[in-house]
Design a protein around this ligand. Structure first.
Ligand SMILES: C[S@@+](CC[C@H](N)C(=O)[O-])C[C@H]1O[C@@H](n2cnc3c(N)ncnc32)[C@H](O)[C@@H]1O
Length: 364
């Protein structure tokens, strides 16, 4: 088993463009969780860690790699699929069938991208009305998504194939990383042929089979675990709004859409308290109070609404607070600049680096 804190290359998952992804901070997060486990007298291979806001699932994937049983939670369907693939599905059972299916689907996409019966609404909406994906690739994506839906793969293998498709689509998109806007001219990568790869499935962890759940984090933190890792949104940027195309690709529900960005209509109702300036602080306070795990690790960014002193006093009510600070680059969209829905540059971003604090508390 790799040790907590092994070099970043060991944790490498595909670079899906994701706001707040902890890709660059994985070694420090894994060390903080490992330190909590040590204080609790536990080995990773005999521990359960809850990732309450799992996003790309890369934190859970790194923890599974060092032997932990991981419970990964996120309330969006695309993130739930990522967690099912990278945390719940085990290579022992699914690597061989997934590899075979990836080859079959790539052959289908190469041979007949415009097959009759493919859900044409996907290309119309996301390649013509909006221009997130080149029409040729949008037709291929629709063809493959229909193909996955038509096969009775079972929940885990289906999630693995959906993640393979979503990551392939992410590699050929024409955005700056958020699905609020698309580039005025096709990005060079958008002209590449869609190509699926087999996701990096891990063998089952010695501590036990992982589990992906799709709950409000306020409920998920009431599950039993040794450590709860908390990485909530820290400002107004809604994940459903920013990744609505992935949500639709996974749900495949042909939703009603609105606006130039062609967002799903349910973006108006499905809100997170953590994206509301008014509800953020009480939601965070309630979350920290409700954690049932024996220790808490929390990611905090100085790019968000909360003040360090507020977070520290909430955590201090649970136990002795320790922290480590890291300076790191802001998400890819911030580095590229601010664009309107037509992909035109409309402003510049003030600062290009953030300070992230990783707190840890062993609960009293
Ligand atoms: C900062 S991101 C997590 C990033 C993740 N650690 C990673 O490395 O990819 C926050 C995540 O919380 C999810 N989320 C937001 N509000 C939530 C809620 N109330 N309950 C569950 N998940 C929520 C979002 O969908 C998003 O994926």
């Amino acid at each position: 088993m790799p040790e907590p804190g092994a070099e970043p290359a060991r944790y490498a998952l595909p670079v899906i463009k994701y706001l707040g992804s902890k890709r660059a901070l994985l070694p420090q997060i894994v060390v903080a969780i490992g330190d909590c486990l040590r204080e609790l007298g536990l080995q990773p291979t005999h521990s359960t860690v809850l990732d309450a806001f799992s996003g790309t699932a890369r934190v859970g994937h790194a923890l599974k790699r060092i032997g932990c049983r991981v419970i990964a939670n996120d309330h969006n369907a695309y993130a739930h699929a990522l967690a099912r693939c990278y945390v719940q599905a085990d290579a022992d059972d699914l690597l061989a069938p997934a590899t075979g299916l990836v080859m079959q689907l790539n052959a289908i996409a190469g041979a007949a991208p415009q097959a009759p019966g493919a859900s044409e609404w996907f290309a119309r909406r996301y390649a013509h009305e909006a221009r997130y994906i080149h029409p040729d690739n949008a037709a291929r994506i629709a063809r493959l998504r229909d193909e996955i839906a038509a096969r009775d793969l079972g929940a885990e293998l289906e999630a693995v194939m959906l993640v393979s498709l979503m990551e392939a689509a992410d590699r050929v998109d024409s955005t700056t990383g958020l699905q609020m806007a698309y580039l005025k001219q096709w990005a060079p990568r958008a002209l590449s042929h869609l190509n699926l790869r087999t996701p990096d499935l891990l063998p089952r962890a010695p501590a036990g089979k992982g589990m992906a759940i799709c709950l409000n984090a306020a409920d998920a933190v009431e599950l039993d675990a040794d450590v709860a890792y908390l990485d909530p949104p820290y400002n107004q940027h809604s994940y459903l709004g920013n990744y609505h195309v992935w949500e639709t690709l996974i749900r495949w529900d042909d939703p009603e859409v609105f606006g130039i960005a062609r967002k799903r209509i349910d973006c108006r109702e499905r809100k997170s308290d953590f994206n509301s300036r008014r509800r953020h602080a009480p939601a965070l306070a309630g979350l920290i109070q409700r954690v049932r795990a024996r220790a808490i690790v929390l990611s905090f960014s100085d790019d968000g609404w909360s003040e360090r002193t507020e977070i520290e006093s909430l955590l201090a009510a649970r136990g002795r607070v320790q922290s480590v600070e890291i300076d790191y680059p802001r998400y890819v969209g911030a580095r590229i600049g601010i664009h309107n829905p037509r992909g035109e540059s409309v402003g510049t971003v003030g600062r290009l680096r953030n300070r992230e604090v990783i707190y840890r508390v062993v609960c009293r």
